[in-house]
Design a protein around this ligand. Sequence first.
Ligand SMILES: NC(=O)c1ccc[n+]([C@@H]2O[C@H](COP(=O)([O-])OP(=O)(O)OC[C@H]3O[C@@H](n4cnc5c(N)ncnc54)[C@H](OP(=O)(O)O)[C@@H]3O)[C@@H](O)[C@H]2O)c1
Length: 275
Amino acid sequence: MVVGKIKTLIFGAGGMLGKDLCSVFPDAVKLKHGDIDITDRERVIESIRNIKPDVVINSAAYTDVDGCEDNQELAFEVNGRALGYIAQGCSLAGAKLVHFSTDYVFDGSKEEYVESDITCPINVYGESKLLGERNIIENIGDYRIIRTSWLFGLYGGNFIDTMLRLSCEMDTVSVVDDQFGKPTYTADLARKTAEVIGLAPGIYHITNEGVCSWYEFAAEVIDNIVPCSSDEFLRKAKRPEYSVLVNTKTAPMRDWKVALADYLSVRGNGISIRG
Ligand SMILES: NC(=O)c1ccc[n+]([C@@H]2O[C@H](COP(=O)([O-])OP(=O)(O)OC[C@H]3O[C@@H](n4cnc5c(N)ncnc54)[C@H](OP(=O)(O)O)[C@@H]3O)[C@@H](O)[C@H]2O)c1
């Protein structure tokens, strides 16, 4: 692993994945939202040129999928156009760029998606993240775009924490059983990111292994649960039915159930670690 020998700059260091990246890259320059707004083009380019990193890792994003429907301009600026600014800064500084994208760039009409499959987002979040991918590819050759899905981790509100809370608050919890994907532990993803930096430029699909529905995911941690359909649980943003990312380029990560057991053992029974 090349972690100790390279100068790394992390944008989005305060987020759920960002904090795990900070543990994997302890010597990195770590910038949180309060330190820099990635939509500020001049500051982004100036920061990258001043810091002169070998690698820039961006995990900053506007990740509220339903919120993106209401705040489209913000979504396209943060998830889309800002990636052009970061890519331009990297290009000027001669730095590699590693960025995280999403399974939601696909429409879910196929059961599985490899890296070269045609994208076709069905919600604003997916469209804005796809714009980010395109802006990177247009502005820099030395990029790694890591598409991932269904993140859970110690440092953010996530689906598993929500299920554990609702299980205490409600007699039964209804969870959709007709959307399928691959849950991914942010600690595993952060470690894998260090490996992907050393691989060829391009798009990577990186998730834990194993496919489940949201219902099956929740059923690993709570008992008072009943399946329901997406039609019974309407959300502002449409979600793809299948968003199963297939990794054809690098060694697979462990099964999501093993990763989840690890997460639960570290997390304990209290609320998630924040701050
Ligand atoms: N979570 C998932 O299930 C999932 C699935 C697929 C892909 N991804 C992708 O994985 C990456 C990491 O996701 P995550 O779940 O770790 O996200 P997260 O916890 O929401 O972290 C995102 C971070 O970006 C910061 N941010 C937002 N707008 C910014 C701006 N304009 N300038 C600078 N920083 C800004 C946020 O700060 P504030 O909180 O202060 O706004 C937050 O600290 C993202 O690219 C996301 O699209 C996530």
